[in-house]
Write a protein that binds this ligand. Structure first.
Ligand SMILES: [Zn+2]
Length: 509
């Protein structure tokens, strides 16, 4: 009885397809290993320079995708434009100097600053306040008995664990207990004495980020050498260190003429998602999204290109082939009932930026978006996977999280057409690899849009320069691409949107 119910449930969605009497297979068969290979050798070729977000290589890849969308006959997806741009900020160090009582200290020799966490600042103060480890919480107050408001404070490294925290661990939100205490006590800058000076000069280029505007600006924290501390504390430095070991901090103000100059340059860059649309027929105001990220990690410090053939050249070129297959169906009078949006996003490797931007600035209503099928790495074989057929599989992630329709459709399409092993190994959001949170579908899921994430697992070449197109299993990749096609076909043509009957339960990344 139970089994029979299951069979009927499986038959239902495909029954609707049969009702239209359209056989999708001729269109699925336009997705070929040869075509995927041809595209991938270009997208993951040297000319694309590893496709790092907000670089020339990324823009070249975007142009290639855009041209292909144009060539096969999609229409521009962003109100007449092919790309949806979003701002990216990049910090770089202009200059930095610290001068104490006329003695100049040099960056890296005697101090460093965290470029990302700091703001440009130029100040001259005649007093520095020593506040032990600089902790001020329920257990301990190194600021006791001193007014640090408007002061430069000097602290020693090696603070004991704060209440319930590992030693000096940054708290949630990224603020360390030392910075938190300095901010709370009104300090304007923090000098934290650290070992390991002089240090190797680092890059003057900082990380990229997308959220440039901050609710609160905190004082800068400078890591400084013992020489800097000595020039302020003088003969008190050694006794102060001893006193700290005995857990007996004595806050004290020291007269010192200190000039700190720190200038960072914030460059505003741009990256984009490439969006092509195939308009539906009687349900054209509802949307099926097919996504993959076209960015990768670029060129490393040693000058080696990270080609990103599997990650995620494989998903990117699959999107190109899916677009062609659906276009051919339309040309044959069998176009999708719902509108299909083919979107390749960037910024994924930096932190799912492109899909985050899209989900916060959707071009098409998210509540009319029935599904997002996201492809990130489908061209390789997981060397650790030993169960069943070791190559004829794909990891399916997230299909049962928001709609009870989706797994039934996905499994039925696979059973009828592609016959892969659907492996749910990474489906649990609490899996230690946290795969569920690690690609762009997540930004659709957190907005309530049902998703499937297709993935082949990691391998020795993952995020290495050796992730090259010659290592791809194109036959297996074409098969996985066809599974996405058949699943999308059903989603685009069935009578109803996927029901959203499972409560949204996706905690933060
Ligand atoms: Zn990656």
């Amino acid at each position: 009885m139970r089994k029979l119910c299951l069979v009927m449930a499986l038959a239902a969605p495909l029954g609707m397809m049969a009702q239209k009497a359209v056989n999708p297979t001729p269109f699925a068969n336009t997705i070929t290993a040869e075509d995927l290979k041809k595209h991938l050798y270009i997208v993951a070729g040297a000319e694309m320079q590893g496709r790092e977000t907000a670089t020339e290589g990324q823009r070249k890849a975007a142009t290639y995708i855009e041209n292909y969308f144009k060539q096969v006959g999609l229409t521009p997806g962003n109100n007449g434009a092919w790309q949806q741009s979003y701002p990216v900020y990049q910090d770089s160090l202009g200059s930095a100097s610290i001068e104490i009582n006329g003695k100049k200290f040099q960056p890296y020799t005697d101090f460093t600053a965290n470029l990302g966490g700091s703001s440009s600042s130029s100040l001259m103060a005649s007093e520095v306040v020593f506040v032990g480890y600089g902790i001020s919480d329920a257990n301990r107050d190194d600021y006791k008995g001193i007014d640090a408001k408007g002061k430069v404070v000097l602290v020693l490294a090696g603070a004991p664990p704060a209440a319930g925290q590992p030693a000096a661990a940054p708290r949630r939100g990224g603020m360390s207990p030392v910075l938190e205490a300095a901010f709370k006590n009104g300090a304007v800058a923090v000098l934290q004495v650290q070992p390991g000076f002089p240090r190797k000069a680092g890059s003057t280029r900082g990380y990229q980020y997308i959220n440039g505007f901050r609710k609160t600006i905190y004082p800068n924290v400078y890591a400084v050498s013992e020489q800097v501390a000595q020039s302020i504390l003088g003969a008190d430095f050694a006794p102060a260190q001893e006193a700290m070991k005995a857990g007996n901090p004595q806050a004290k103000a020291y007269a010192a003429n200190i000039a700190i100059d720190f200038q960072k340059v914030i460059t505003k860059l741009e990256s984009s998602n490439v969006v092509g649309v195939l308009e539906g027929t009687d349900k054209k105001d509802e949307y099926v999204f097919l996504t993959a990220h076209y960015d990768h990690v670029g060129v490393n410090a040693a000058g080696q290109i990270h080609y990103g053939a599997d990650d995620d050249g494989s998903g990117t070129v699959t999107i190109l082939e899916l677009a062609e297959a659906f276009i051919k169906a339309k040309a044959a009078g069998k176009g999708p009932r719902r509108t299909i949006v083919f979107m390749t996003v960037s910024g994924e490797e930096k932190g799912l930026w492109g899909s985050e931007y899209y989900s916060e600035h959707p071009i098409f209503p998210l509540d009319k978006t029935t599904v997002d099928l996201n492809i990130d790495m489908i061209g390789r074989i997981d060397p650790t996977r030993k169960i069943g057929d070791s190559t004829n599989y794909v990891y399916v992630v997230g299909d049962d999280k928001l709609s009870s329709d989706l797994r039934i459709i996905s499994e039925a399409a696979n059973k009828k057409y592609t016959k892969l092993e659907l492996d749910y190994k990474f489906n649990d959001p609490n899996d230690k690899e946290r795969i569920y949170y690690r690609s762009d579908h997540y930004n659709f899921a957190r907005k309530g849009v049902p998703i499937i994430f297709y993935f082949n697992g990691t391998h020795a070449d993952y995020h290495r320069p050796t992730d090259t197109p010659d290592k791809i299993d194109y036959v297996q990749m074409a098969k996985r691409a066809k599974l996405v096609f058949y699943t999308a076909w059903e989603m685009a043509n069935r009578n109803d949107m996927l029901k959203r009957d499972i409560p949204l339960n996706v905690p933060g990344r």
